[in-house]
Ligand binder design. Structure first.
Ligand code: ADP
Ligand code: ASP
Ligand code: MG
Length: 448
C-alpha cells in the first residue's frame, strides 16, 4: 500500500472556519487518511468532566456537558451539516451524558471509564470533519472510519501501547480503497483486543497518525498544527526562534522526547521503522514550507534546537553497599520497571545514582518505600530539564564550557553528557528554566 496520512491537531479543528480550511487542505494535498484530534480544549473539558462527575459535583458536570454540547452543535450548524451528521453528533453527546451520570452514580472514574469518556472528543470531531469534507469533496467518496477497529492496543488505560502487527493486519483488511476513498478517523484513541476503548496519552493523535501511516506503508505523514513547523525552540519561550527546514529522525526524536510539544514523543517510532518522511506545517499558513523530518538531511549542525521540559523530579538513590558491588542498579531499575515509571536521564557516582522522572509519572508512597528497601532516597521536585539537540555533541571539545559560561549564574543540578551524539541535557531549578533557554538560544542559534 501507499498514500498520504494527514493529521490535524486541536487548533486546526477548533471551529467551523478551521475545520473548513483543514478539509480544503486535505483535498489539495490529496490525503488518503485524515486523522483528527478533538476540537481545541475538549479533551481537557472531558477530563474535568470525569473528575467532577466522580465527586458527584452535578452543577459543574452540567456546565461542562452544556459547554461541550453547545460547541459541537454550533460547529455542526455553522458548517451546515446534513441531518445524518447532526444525529451522529447528538448520539455521541447523549453517550457523554450517560457516561457522566454513570460515573456520578458510582462515584468512580477508573482509568478505563475515563478513556471511554475522553474518546468522545475525537469521535465528535471526526463526525464534524467527515461532514465538512464530504461537502467539498465533490465526486470523491469520504468515509468515517472508527479507528478502534484498526488501532489495537494493550490495556494500559490512559497510556495504551499499540499492538503493531495487529494494526498492520487490520489496515490491510479494513482500509482497502485508498485509491477511491478518503478515510477520516480519530487520533488518540484505540481499543484492546477485548473491545475496551483506550487512549494513547495526551497529545497522542500524532502517534495514531504515524501508526496508521506505518500500517498502510504511507509515502508521507503530514502533521498539520498551529505553528509553521518545528522551531529552534518553543516559539512561546523565545519569539526569535526560527523554523527549521529539515531535521533528522534522531534529532527530532530527542527534541520531542525532551519537551518539544509540537510532536508526541513516540510519533517517530513508526516513521523510523518504515522510513516515512514527516512534514510538520501550519494549517493556518499552509503555503509556508514547514519542516521535513527525514532519515537523511543535508545539514547536520552542532546545535539545531533547544527544548525545555518542566515539572521534573530528581530522585537520588545512594547506598555505601554500591561500592565495589554488583546488582544494585538492577534492583533499582526493577522497582521503576515494576511500577511502569519511565526514567529520562541518569547519572551515577560510586555510591549513588540520580534519575529524572516526569511529574506525570507520579512517585507514589509505594514506589518510594520499594526504593527505600534498596537505597536511601532523596527527592527534589520542581526542576526543569534543559536539552541542547544537534549532532556530534559528545565529540565536540569545548561545548560544555561554552554552555556553562553562558549561564554561569545558574546552579545546575545534574548533567547528562556523553551517551548521545544528539543531546546534551541538564537540570536547573524551575524558576530559571525559561531564562536559561533564552540565553542558550541567543548564544547557539541567534548569534551562531
Ligand atoms: P496540536 O494541537 O496541533 O497537536 P500542539 O499544541 O500539541 O498542537 O503542538 C504545537 C505547539 O507546540 C505549538 O503551538 C508550540 O507552542 C509548541 N512547541 C513546543 N516546542 C516547539 C518547537 N520546538 N517548535 C514548534 N512548536 C513547538
Ligand atoms: N485530544 C488529545 C489531547 O488533547 C490528543 C491530541 O490532541 O493529540 O491530548
Ligand atoms: Mg499535539
Amino acid at each position: 500500500m501507499s498514500g498520504i496520512v494527514s493529521k490535524f491537531g486541536g487548533t486546526s479543528m477548533q471551529d467551523a472556519l478551521c475545520i473548513k480550511r483543514s478539509a480544503e487542505l486535505c483535498l489539495k494535498r490529496k490525503s488518503n487518511i485524515v486523522v483528527v484530534s478533538a476540537t481545541a480544549g475538549t479533551t481537557n473539558d472531558l477530563i474535568k468532566l470525569g473528575e467532577v462527575s466522580e465527586k458527584n459535583q452535578l452543577v459543574e458536570a452540567k456546565g461542562l456537558l452544556q459547554k461541550i454540547e453547545q460547541k459541537h452543535l454550533q460547529i455542526a450548524t455553522e458548517l451546515g451539516l446534513a441531518d445524518s451528521y447532526v444525529k451522529q453528533v447528538q448520539l455521541l453527546l447523549s453517550e457523554m451524558d450517560s457516561i457522566s451520570r454513570g460515573i456520578s452514580l458510582l462515584q468512580d472514574c477508573s482509568a478505563k471509564a475515563r478513556d471511554v469518556l475522553v474518546s468522545l472528543g475525537e469521535r465528535l470531531s471526526s463526525v464534524l470533519f467527515t461532514g465538512a469534507l464530504e461537502q467539498k469533496a465533490v465526486g470523491q467518496k469520504v468515509q468515517l472510519l472508527d479507528v478502534r477497529t484498526v488501532l489495537k492496543t494493550d490495556d494500559t488505560f490512559g497510556r495504551a501501547r499499540p499492538l503493531v502487527s495487529e494494526i498492520a493486519k487490520r489496515c490491510e483488511s479494513l482500509i482497502k480503497d485508498l485509491n477511491s476513498v478518503i478515510y477520516v478517523t480519530q487520533g488518540f484513541i484505540g481499543q484492546t483486543l477485548n473491545g475496551a476503548t483506550t487512549t494513547l496519552g495526551r497529545g497522542g493523535s500524532d502517534y495514531s497518525a504515524a501508526l496508521l501511516a506505518e500500517g498502510i506503508q504511507a509515502d508521507v505523514l503530514e502533521i498539520w498544527t498551529d505553528v509553521a513547523g518545528v522551531s529552534s525552540t518553543d516559539p512561546r519561550i523565545a519569539p526569535e526562534a526560527v523554523v527549521i527546514d529539515e531535521i533528522s529522525f534522531k534529532e527530532m526524536s530527542e527534541l520531542a522526547t525532551f519537551g518539544a510539544k509540537v510532536l508526541h514523543p513516540a510519533t517517530l517510532l513508526p516513521a523510523i521503522r518504515q522510513n516515512i518522511p514527516v512534514l510538520v506545517a501550519s494549517s493556518f499558513e499552509p503555503e509556508k514550507p514547514g519542516t521535513w523530518v527525514r532519515r537523511e538531511v543535508k545539514n547536520l549542525p552542532l546545535i539545531r534546537a533547544l527544548a525545555l521540559r518542566k515539572k521534573q523530579t530528581l530522585v537520588t538513590l545512594s547506598t555505601p553497599e554500591m561500592l565495589h558491588s554488583h546488582g544494585f542498579l538492577y534492583q533499582l531499575f526493577k522497582v521503576f520497571n515494576d511500577h511502569r515509571i519511565s526514567i529520562d536521564a541518569i547519572t551515577t557516582s560510586e555510591i549513588s545514582v540520580s534519575v529524572t522522572i516526569d511529574n506525570a509519572d507520579t512517585l507514589s508512597q509505594q514506589v518510594i518505600s520499594d526504593l527505600e528497601k534498596v537505597a536511601d532516597v532523596q527527592i527534589e521536585k520542581d526542576l526543569s530539564l534543559i536539552s541542547l539537540i544537534g549532532n556530534n555533541i559528545n565529540h565536540t571539545p569545548g561545548l560544555a564550557k561554552k554552555i556553562f559560561e553562558t549561564i554561569a549564574d545558574v546552579n545546575v543540578r545534574m548533567i547528562c553528557y556523553g551517551a548521545s551524539r544528539h543531546n546534551f541535557c541538564f537540570l536547573v531549578d524551575e524558576s530559571h528554566g525559561v531564562s536559561v533557554i533564552q540565553k542558550l538560544h541567543q548564544k547557539f542559534i541567534t548569534n551562531s
